[in-house]
Design a protein around this ligand. Sequence first.
Ligand SMILES: [Fe+2]
Length: 240
Amino acid sequence: MFAGNPRAGYFPYKGETMSLTVAVPTLNHLEMSSIQDHVDSAIDGLLASLPDPAQLTSECRRGIIARYSAVLEGNFIYWMTGAYLAVRSDEARSKILENLHEEVRDSHPNMLRKFAIAANAVPTESDNWAVYWDLTNVRLFIGRLSAVPIVLTMAFFEGFIQRFMAFLAELAQWQGSTEMEYTDVHGVCDITHTQELFRSLAAEMAISPVEQETDIFEGMDLLRTLIDTIVEGAPAPARN
Ligand SMILES: [Fe+2]
């Protein structure tokens, strides 16, 4: 039985036979609550570490927006597509498809590009280098198509981005921008949406049990490291 440490990664459904449409087992509630607490505290920690935009130089503010754009504009749909390829439950599939439709139909990459242009923060070569290694780690993690860790990573990111948008918008305002469509669209705090993501996670855990040694928080931790680099910057690695 799950014993309070969400990193133990032990789930009691391994070996159970289930159809692709599953009723989320009630036994899972304690585990899910513990996992959700861990995700929430990771989000709280990241947000608490953000600097005050008013205290940053213009170049620091530009750099954060540029590195965020360098990561999200070209990768978020790839991450979601990886998640779609990995999952098996109807709950997770429909949630991811809904998100992908919105991303493509409303062209969120274009929305983000307009946000960066208006803040004079289009990523430069050095912005791309600054995030390269941490972004590569997330890409390779997604490429392993491991369903439960990926869905958990998505749940973490969805929760994070809603609360990060106010900070991103403030950076842009300090840079003289009034283009806020991207931050307005992504800054809506949607409790139902978050609950649905955790329901998807529970369904996926039931249908694709993870091995005991699997770190289900691996992707979330890689993404946290990447977000730290977005905010703090990193020296460009040597080209050789
Ligand atoms: Fe989006």
